[in-house]
Design a protein around this ligand. Structure first.
Ligand SMILES: Nc1ncnc2c1ncn2[C@@H]1O[C@H](COP(=O)(O)OP(=O)(O)O)[C@@H](O)[C@H]1O
Ligand SMILES: [Mg+2]
Length: 255
């Protein structure tokens, strides 16, 4: 569905991606992990064709987006939705109107026709009681869910998530992560999620790729984060591995 083939990208003299190759399978959730500044958000921008690499190819749904004209890129972007930490909602529109924004304001479909789709999504995402509220009245977790609903309404084949749980408390993190997993399954989307949050990745990703020092390491199933012998993976996941191991040690002491 999406593949990076030998991608090299620099901003001026700063080389961010040296030689990145990995692929994302249709219908799965692939998590892109890596230290801050390693190029994770850059990878999402490459998928959308917002920036072009100096070398290599980025294939999205069978087409190389690095060589596309702006017009064809716009068509390609219609297949994609994007959910990120600071999703801008329209402050003057209520929750239902925010969710229905794309079909009503962009596709110009009548509200009467859009409303049942909006209602279904609000129901799915636990927002039915908040339909008439303004974004300013919502908690961070609810705003994140509105952003997810707003992306899902145009039935994207691909959903890109940039740190979708960052800044949420542990309870809301779990709620949002679970909803992402459920919605991905219900709407059969291919997901690419950039995250710092290892427990979320562990819970909902099917496949993990680690970006570090300009290269991609394919970790595989999230359980490999704890088992992998690859030094990059051990290095990145070490504090978290320690935490899990201590935690399971405490659990066995209690038994
Ligand atoms: N438009 C840009 N111009 C110059 N440097 C950039 C630009 N976008 C990102 N960078 C740099 O590229 C590196 C990777 O950025 P980013 O992909 O946002 O990292 P991450 O999401 O992994 O934290 C960072 O050092 C960042 O400062
Ligand atoms: Mg980022």
């Amino acid at each position: 569905m999406i593949s990076f083939e030998g991608v090299q990208l620099s901003f001026g003299s700063h080389q961010v991606l040296r030689d990145v190759s990995f692929s994302v399978t249709s219908g799965q959730m692939t998590a892109v992990l890596g230290p801050s500044g390693s190029g994770k958000s850059t990878i999402l921008r490459l998928i959308m064709g917002l920036i072009r690499p100096q070398q290599g190819r980025v294939i999205v749904d069978g087409e190389d987006v690095t060589k596309m004209s702006e017009r064809r890129l716009q068509r390609s972007r219609r297949k994609m939705g994007m959910v990120f930490q600071h999703n801008a909602l329209f402050d003057g529109l209520n929750v239902a109107e925010n969710v229905g924004f794309y079909p009503t304001y962009v596709e110009k479909r009548p509200w009467k026709q859009v409303l049942p789709e909006v209602e279904e999504l609000l129901e799915d995402l636990g927002l039915a009681d908040s339909a008439q509220k303004l974004p300013g009245e919502l908690s961070g977790g609810m705003r994140r869910r509105v952003a997810l609903a707003r992306s899902l309404i145009y039935r994207p084949k691909i959903l890109l998530y940039d740190e979708p749980t960052t800044g949420l408390d542990p309870y809301m993190t779990e709620v949002v992560a679970e909803l992402i997993a459920e919605m991905n399954e219900k709407y059969a989307v291919t997901g690419v999620m950039v995250s710092h949050d290892l427990p979320t990745v562990y819970d909902i990703a099917d496949h993990v790729v680690l970006i570090a020092e300009g290269q991609a390491t394919v970790v595989g199933h999230p359980s490999e984060l704890l088992r992998s012998e690859k030094p990059e993976v051990i290095g990145f996941a070490s504090s978290w591995r320690r935490h899990i191991i201590e935690y399971s040690g405490e659990m066995s002491k209690e038994e």
